[in-house]
Design a protein around this ligand. Structure first.
Ligand code: DX5
Ligand code: ZN
Length: 235
């Protein structure tokens, strides 16, 4: 049976008020965020451009929480040293679709002092990360096509979460399963946890004009409280 680790919530700053970024990071931390999700976009791997390593440094100065750094860039290797702080507790996630030598990049991330994650888009099979699964600290299953906040959750992605959860469980790997895109305080969060996710990224569900960050975090936390990860029997 799959173990039921604590569900970690990683607010995505992409939806934050950039005129007040430091305060938004502090609000998320005060509301009980476990990680701060940081989306770097280069305008090539995804159509949008967000921000780069200089802003990541600034974010780091606002919090002691580990950063969950999601690199949606065509050439992640080129910016790894700028994104990773030696001796830190951050996690760096590269997209399998962007890495010609995924195994090398994963080990480079660890060498530089971060935990290593690999992400797959909705159209990418789990086989794209399977060979490096024993080496990963986390696997990120995109539940929207990457590039923008506020998109609708793609339910079909859950089956990949389920299959990855089975493999991780059966093999005794340590990788955590993360979902990103369209996660709200409703069935999307619950279904993700049931399927085996233990890290939930949420952007617009946490940073929005309708409620405070604190209230939004509470809603999301409550939505998944008591939801059991699906028992699994092996791959
Ligand atoms: C999208 C980013 C997400 C984004 C999620 O490509 O990777 O992290 O901020 O936003 P929501 O939660 O609004 O879908
Ligand atoms: Zn992201």
């Amino acid at each position: 049976m799959a173990s039921n680790p604590r569900i970690l919530i990683a607010p995505s700053l992409l939806a934050a008020d950039f005129t007040n970024l430091g305060q938004q990071v502090r609000d998320a931390a005060a509301a009980g965020a476990d990680l701060i999700h940081v989306d770097i976009m280069d305008g090539h791997f995804v159509p949008a451009i967000s921000f780069g390593p200089i802003v990541v440094d600034a974010i780091r100065r606002c919090t002691n929480l580990p950063l969950n750094i999601h690199l949606m860039v065509e050439e992640p290797d080129a910016i790894l040293t700028q994104c990773i702080k030696k001796g830190g507790t951050d996690q760096v996630i590269v997209h399998a679709e962007a890495c010609r030598h995924l195994h090398r990049t994963v080990f480079r991330i660890k060498e530089l002092g971060a935990q290593a994650g690999a992400a797959i888009n909705p159209g990418t099979p789990i086989s794209a990360v399977e060979e490096v699964l024993p080496d990963l600290d986390l696997v990120l299953v995109m539940t929207v096509n990457p590039g923008f906040g506020g998109q609708s959750f793609i339910p079909g992605a859950l089956d990949k979460v389920r299959r990855l959860a089975r493999i991780i469980e059966a093999q005794g790997y340590r990788a955590q399963l993360e979902v990103d895109g369209g996660i709200k305080a409703d069935h999307t969060a619950q279904d993700s946890v049931r399927a085996g996710a233990s890290i939930l990224v949420a952007g617009t569900a946490i940073f929005n004009p309708q409620e405070t960050v604190d209230a939004a975090m509470t809603n999301l936390r409550q939505a998944v409280q008591g939801v059991r990860r699906t028992p699994v029997k092996g791959p």
